[in-house]
Design a binder for this molecule. Structure first.
Ligand SMILES: [Zn+2]
Length: 299
């Protein structure tokens, strides 16, 4: 398995049926969070991560672009909101369910912006494909502007502060804060109401993931809207719940490791059992979450 395709490889049996079926009825719903600022959410199957869209007289900024076979659906949703092309495309991280449309949008002239490590991984490891393998990343899919810590867009009468969170979901994560609008696009640093995928093979870490979520939490108040990488629109309460769950799950697994239990014994003890009903989902089951925490604590 190629490292950057870890998630897609995980998803590939489902992708083969749900996503590659072009007529499967998948659409993208737009929700306006502030004037000209939208969340785009796929509906009708697994559609990849949630997108953000900012438009106005200075230009169009898109955050993430979904799975490669769905870029036409994403474009159709954008076309309903504006006739203008995408000027800037921000990638929140390297996974193919968030940047699969890069090549198509890059060809159309979008300037792709991402963290240094995202570009580095794309060049070194290739672009994940919809079937879980990797292909060399086409030039048009590569970020042309990269940053190490943060970069700020001054467009359409507001600021979009794009900042890096270290070793969280991957080693190239970006979070976007629309300060005036009190809206945050968290990328996959936030999974709302579901166990998070923490991609240890792509530089992610549990401690970094928790730190990233706490940094995002520090930017919120009761009115803040958070576009999570996956799951419905969130607020401060949902983020707090996700942090509490992960910290507690982490310490439960740590306690078992400290008591000398093996991975298999820990899986049998099922320390996350009471989180199962509310947090387990198709791709990150209770068992997979337990294994990730075990591995992170054992490295
Ligand atoms: Zn991801």
């Amino acid at each position: 398995m190629r490292i950057t395709s870890a998630l897609l490889a995980l998803l590939s049996p489902v992708l083969a049926s749900a996503v590659l079926a072009q007529d499967s009825g998948i659409t993208f719903k737009s929700t306006e969070l502030a004037p000209g600022l939208y969340m785009l959410e796929g509906q009708g199957g697994f559609t990849g991560g949630n997108l953000g869209l900012l438009m106005g007289e200075d230009g169009v900024v898109l955050i993430d672009d979904g799975l490669p076979p769905l870029i036409g659906r994403v474009q159709a949703a954008i076309d309903q909101l504006t006739e203008e092309p995408v000027d800037f495309l921000i990638n929140t991280h390297v996974h193919g369910d968030h940047i699969g449309g890069n090549e198509a949008l890059g060809k159309e002239g979008a300037t792709i912006v991402a963290h240094d490590n995202l570009r580095r991984r794309l060049v070194a490891e290739g672009m994940p494909t919809a079937t879980g393998s990797s292909a060399p990343a086409p030039d048009d899919s590569l970020p042309v502007v990269t940053f190490s810590d943060s970069v700020t867009f001054h467009l359409n009468g507001r600021e979009a502060f794009v900042f890096h969170v270290e070793r969280a979901h991957t080693d190239g994560d970006a979070v976007i804060h629309f300060r005036e609008d009190n809206v945050i696009h968290a990328g996959d640093a936030v999974f709302n109401g579901m166990f998070p995928f923490i991609d240890l093979d792509s530089g992610g870490s549990v401690d970094g993931f928790i730190a990233a979520q706490e940094r995002i939490l520090s930017l919120t108040d009761e009115e803040t809207r958070i576009i999570p990488g996956h799951g419905p629109l969130a607020g401060k309460q949902e983020l707090q719940a996700a942090i509490d769950m992960l910290k507690d799950a982490h310490s439960r697994v740590r306690a078992l490791i400290q008591a000398g239990r093996s991975e298999q014994e820990i899986l049998e003890a099922n320390p996350l059992a009471d989180y199962h009903d509310d947090w387990s989902w198709q791709f990150i089951t209770t068992e997979r979450m337990t294994r990730t925490l075990y591995r992170a604590l054992s490295d």
